[in-house]
Design a protein around this ligand. Structure first.
Ligand code: ZN
Length: 258
């Protein structure tokens, strides 16, 4: 029932609306999810289960009923907490297409000089194109740009621009949907939404990133560290928090060499 409802909702409403409606929505559904079977490290909530989520066909047990985190947000949160100084060091951060569960939490971190950016979202601090970033070189300690590069026609331009605005020694988190069964491929001639869905996994994706993603990032000039915190977390906790879908288990830290 809930699965069907969410599937219908994500089909009918544009993404901007969904973001606005989502807070109200989370208040309405929360009473039905009271329990202690799953836990969200982002908001600290525990629930009977997570909400279903997905474009087209919704899948069970994915979205936090309180902060609306997905698996990848929960894993990245733990990574930033456990493996970086993101929550403690004075860092200048640029966050593209800021994810709902992170936005107010990152903004509240006193140690960060935190700026959000988006191509056109009214809630972003700056309107920036990731393939031509209107910011000076060597400016940011951290750039976060998740689930954007699969939509961008020239990913190499975006990689080069992100690297340019990072300070030497700065790092970026550039998560993308990965199909671990294939190597990265794109075909700019494919513009039909149905064909994009079939080949690239979503109607508005212009490429499919694959198992070679670390090499793609290295070719773009980053020093890449493949972090496996996912595998370091005890099985029980990992299952309780639903931390990754297949292909999302590794977090790639992309550093600009000094
Ligand atoms: Zn949560």
């Amino acid at each position: 029932m809930m699965k069907k409802l969410i599937s219908i909702f994500t089909k009918i409403f544009p993404r901007q609306w969904l973001i606005k409606l989502s807070y109200l929505f989370s208040l309405l559904v929360r009473p039905f999810y009271i329990g202690n079977k799953v836990e969200c490290p982002v908001c600290g909530g525990h629930f009977r289960k997570f909400l279903p989520y997905g474009y087209g066909k919704a899948m069970d047990n994915r979205l936090c009923p309180k902060c609306l985190s997905l698996e990848r947000h929960r894993l990245l949160w733990l990574y930033l907490k456990e493996k970086t100084d993101f929550f403690t060091a004075p860092l200048k951060v640029l966050h593209f297409a800021p994810e709902q569960p992170f936005l107010k939490r990152f903004r509240a971190l006193k140690n960060l000089d935190y700026t959000t950016a988006d191509l056109d979202s009214p809630i972003a601090d700056l309107h920036l194109d990731v393939t031509a970033i209107d910011q000076p070189s060597d400016t940011y300690d951290v750039v976060i740009c998740n689930h954007v590069l699969e939509h961008v026609s020239d990913a190499n331009k975006a990689f080069a621009e992100i690297k340019r605005i990072l300070k030497p020694g700065g790092w970026a988190i550039l998560l993308v949907p990965i199909n671990p069964d294939v190597d990265t491929f794109e075909d700019p001639s494919i513009i039909d939404p149905k064909e994009r869905q079939r080949l690239f996994g979503q109607y508005d994706h212009v490429r499919q990133f694959g198992r070679d993603y670390a090499d793609v990032l290295r070719k773009a000039g980053f020093k890449v560290t493949e972090d496996r915190i996912y595998y370091e977390i005890p099985d029980k906790q990992r299952e309780r928090m639903h931390l990754a879908r297949r292909g999302e288990e590794i977090i790639y830290r992309c550093e600009k060499l000094a």
